[in-house]
Design a binder for this molecule. Structure first.
Ligand SMILES: Cc1ncc(COP(=O)(O)O)c(C=O)c1O
Length: 407
């Protein structure tokens, strides 16, 4: 049980201290309990936080303007509370816009807990079966209770596989393809050169809405999202997590022509977006403060995070090399993952076939025993924050060295 968090550190109920790389599944890009964000939330409480649900507030309007300025592909945005709500609304919007029902998702991706995207994130190789070429993978539900009729409309293809995407687009009436631009729920699986551009071209060719799920990559990769690094323009994007540094806020935004459907004058074309707490002033105040900090001094904070994350990556890589342990430490900005295999995985199938899951489990368990909180499940991405210091990284590497030696 955890009792307290501050900056880059966590304390459990027994008073043990940890350097935190889990960051609550990634929101805490600026570190835990950030004073400036706390102050912004306190101020919102003083100034009328209970206005949510009454109509648009100044917090919501300011945040919308800041988001559209930060991410060039956002013409319009809607503010929600969680990433899952944002992906559910994005899919509904795409269906209304295209008048089609089917959805393509990527194997090893996570887009929230709801029925439309709820497939297992890390299924076993036995469940996944042989590698599919120009074909879809079985839909393995993440939960009991997902209707078979829903599962049939969702087509699962491998990441970095344009041929299968093309085949799905030919075979079915696809409304949208939703994918994380970097798979960050099975570590850090980077897109191959040309993959995201290829998705853009295929979506254009087949009239499919391209949705980037940047709930994890957004604001962690860059202020403009991973899309600004890749140079690829999705039709819609969802953000969450780091956008409000731990406060429950998510964003759905994108092209005006599609987003306008939330406001269409004709009832049969209008898409409902609802939620009592959408645009909640406390969360919006946290997001405004977060974006201000991220954008300050030309975004210099990203350079600081990059320095610490890079030294963690190269330090870990050197430790594994010294011990002759096949490993590749993959990183996207602040997000990192060590894969115990001889190359960086290019999709989940590759990972399931080659990664040493057993060593990964033992490595993480030992790190935790020694005060380094890296999530205890294999292939879970780690997150460096702006609060991590050189001393944190040095201590982490010292512990990692001893742990690898002991294993
Ligand atoms: C890429 C991605 N999309 C969507 C979600 C769902 O977000 P939430 O947990 O806020 O509903 C997550 C959560 O981990 C995620 O990583």
């Amino acid at each position: 049980m955890f009792a307290r968090a501050q900056g880059s550190h966590l304390w459990d109920a027994d008073g043990r201290e940890y350097i935190d790389y889990h960051a609550a599944f990634a929101p805490h890009l600026l570190g835990h309990n950030h004073p400036e964000i706390n102050a912004a939330v306190r101020q919102a409480m003083e100034d009328g936080w209970s206005l949510m649900g009454s109509g648009t507030t100044a917090w919501e309007a300011t945040l919308a303007q800041m988001l559209c300025a930060a991410v060039p592909t956002l013409d319009l945005v809607q503010i929600l509370n969680t990433g899952s709500e944002a992906t559910a609304n994005a899919i509904r919007l795409a269906r209304a816009y295209t008048e089609r029902d089917d959805v393509v998702v990527t194997l090893g991706g996570y887009n929230g807990w709801h029925d439309e995207v709820g497939r297992a994130v890390m299924p076993s190789l036995a469940d996944v079966g042989p590698r599919r070429v120009r074909d879809e993978y079985p839909f393995i539900p993440i939960s009991a209770g997902i209707p078979v009729s829903t599962q049939r409309r969702i087509h699962v293809v491998n990441f970095n596989d344009l041929e299968s995407v093309e085949e799905m687009f030919r075979q079915h009436q696809i409304a949208c393809l939703i994918t994380e631009p970097v798979l960050q729920n099975v570590g850090v699986v980077l897109p191959r050169p040309g993959y995201l551009e290829g998705l853009r071209s295929l979506c254009d060719l087949h009239g499919v809405v391209l949705i980037f799920d940047e709930v994890k990559t957004g604001f962690r990769s860059a202020l403009g999202g991973y899309q600004s690094i890749a140079g690829v323009t999705p039709d819609l994007t969802v953000f969450g997590k780091a956008v409000a540094n731990g406060w429950p806020l998510a964003v759905l935004g994108g092209k005006r022509e599609i987003m306008n459907r939330f406001d269409a004058p004709e009832p049969n074309r209008r898409v409902l977006i609802a939620g009592t707490y959408n645009g909640h002033p406390a969360n919006a105040a946290a997001a405004i403060a977060t974006l201000k900090i991220l954008g300050r001094d030309g975004g210099s904070i990203y350079g600081n995070i990059e320095t610490q994350a890079m030294s963690l990556q190269s330090g870990l890589q050197a430790i594994f090399a010294e011990r002759g342990r096949p490993a590749v430490v993959v990183r996207n900005a602040s997000a990192f993952c060590a894969y115990f295999m001889d190359h960086a995985p290019y999709d989940l199938h590759d990972m399931l076939e080659h990664h040493d899951f057993n060593f990964d489990r033992r490595f993480r368990a030992k790190l935790i025993e020694q005060g380094i909180y890296h999530f205890p499940l294999p292939c879970k991405q780690g997150s460096v924050s702006a609060a991590h210091t050189k001393a944190d990284i040095d201590r982490t590497l010292e512990v990692a060295q001893a742990v690898v030696a002991s294993l």
